[in-house]
Design a protein around this ligand. Structure first.
Ligand code: FAD
Length: 145
């Protein structure tokens, strides 16, 4: 197996609210196809305001994919939070997950909604581990979609 990398970014949703569902579906469909072909796994978290995405896979493939994502006008103010080589994946496949109202994706008890804009990379990784990979052993993504 070649070198694997993991990247995490956060961004702000730039989709009119009436258009949100069809656009999210379009992102889901194209990403499922491309990511499977490129051997990329991970998760895309979204609320009505923010995306947080973790991508992992061969570094050339992840970089190519990130290039397309960065140029996509359906989000803006994209901030890279983490990019590192890894020895093993956290996720076996790629999926999307709505995190509105999920307490696992709040930074602290006073935060009412999902707002990762001030979170550190460690805090974002903790949210992902807490909300997406609860068993910590099999690294199985629970409640995807
Ligand atoms: P095409 O589908 O031919 O698109 C050409 C251009 O139009 C691109 O700039 C594209 O960004 C834009 N575009 C495409 N469809 C629409 C649409 N329905 N409405 C408005 N603009 C559109 N792709 C992946 O492969 N893997 C991912 O993990 C992934 N995650 C994403 C996460 C987010 C938050 C967003 C916003 C997009 C994501 N995408 C992902 C989609 C990615 O940005 C590309 O649209 C997609 O990979 C197809 O690229 P393409 O070069 O084949 O172009």
């Amino acid at each position: 197996m070649g070198l694997l990398i993991r990247v995490v970014y956060l961004s702000e949703v730039n989709i009119a609210s009436g258009d949100l569902l069809p656009q999210l579906r379009a992102i889901h469909d194209v990403s499922t196809h491309h990511n499977r072909e490129a051997d990329i796994s991970g998760v895309l978290l979204f609320s009505h305001r923010f995306f947080v995405q973790l991508l992992e896979g061969p570094r050339l493939r992840v970089t190519e994919t990130l290039g397309r994502i960065l140029a996509d006008h359906r989000h803006d103010n994209i901030r890279l939070c983490l990019a590192r080589e890894v020895h093993a994946r956290m996720f076996r496949s790629w999926s999307m997950r709505l995190v509105n109202g999920d307490p696992n994706f709040r930074l602290n008890d006073t935060q009412r909604t999902f707002d990762p804009s001030l979170a550190t990379a460690d805090e974002i990784m903790e949210m992902i581990e807490r909300g997406c990979v609860p068993d910590g052993q099999g690294r199985t993504l629970v409640a995807a979609g």
